[in-house]
Design a protein around this ligand. Structure first.
Ligand code: S3P
Length: 185
């Protein structure tokens, strides 16, 4: 298998895509990008504001455009990209990722564990997730999306593991190599 020069993290809300992505990037000397941050910069609004003012369909269009832009910037860059929980469910986004030839990692966890993490984040870090809903709708949405996440090139269970442990396991499983400062961008 060729050594990956960029990597996409996918999974449901609370999977740890952002925290694992940051840890991985720090360990490897790669850059990290949270796709939701790019969407917010491009739209000059927060994700909850986009959902509330323009609706989910507008958010999905913005998400696709942001992914296209981000993938366009990749050439020999070493970058970890964390997608929002709904991005990998959409065929047009999967097509872009496949065309770019990038490896994808599904950060898996049980519905209960994901719900617990999301509740902790909304209370502690005040993370607002427009699609969080209640436990029942959360479980249903996860069940509907899980088969899409399983199309990722690699699946890793994160239940009961620390962010660092997950990052180390990804590095080992995909034989990722750190890069020198000059290679980074
Ligand atoms: C979404 C998840 C969010 C964000 C948006 C939509 C989803 O990202 O992209 O609120 O559809 O599951 P996280 O997965 O980082 O919470």
């Amino acid at each position: 298998m060729a050594t990956a020069h960029s990597l996409i993290l996918v999974g449901f809300m609370g999977a740890g895509k952002t925290s694992v992505g940051r840890a991985l990037a720090a360990m490897l000397g790669w850059t990290f990008e949270d796709l939701d941050d790019r969407i917010e910069r491009r739209m000059r609004r927060t994700v909850p504001e986009i959902f509330h003012n323009d609706g989910e369909a507008a958010f999905r269009r913005a998400e696709h455009a942001a992914l296209q832009e981000s993938l366009h910037e990749l050439r020999t860059n070493h970058r970890i990209i964390a997608l929002g929980g709904g991005a990998f469910v959409r065929k047009q986004n999967v097509n872009l990722i496949e065309a770019a030839g990038l490896a994808t990692v599904f950060l898996d966890a049980s519905g209960e564990e994901l719900w617990r993490r999301c509740c902790e984040q909304s209370a502690g870090e005040r993370v607002e997730r427009p699609l969080l809903g209640d436990l029942e709708s959360f479980r249903e949405l996860y069940a509907a999306r899980r088969s899409h996440y399983l199309n990722a090139s690699f699946r890793l269970s994160t239940n009961g593991k620390s962010v660092e442990q997950v990052a180390i396991e990804i590095i080992a499983a995909l034989s990722l190599e750190s890069c020198s400062q000059g290679e980074k961008q």
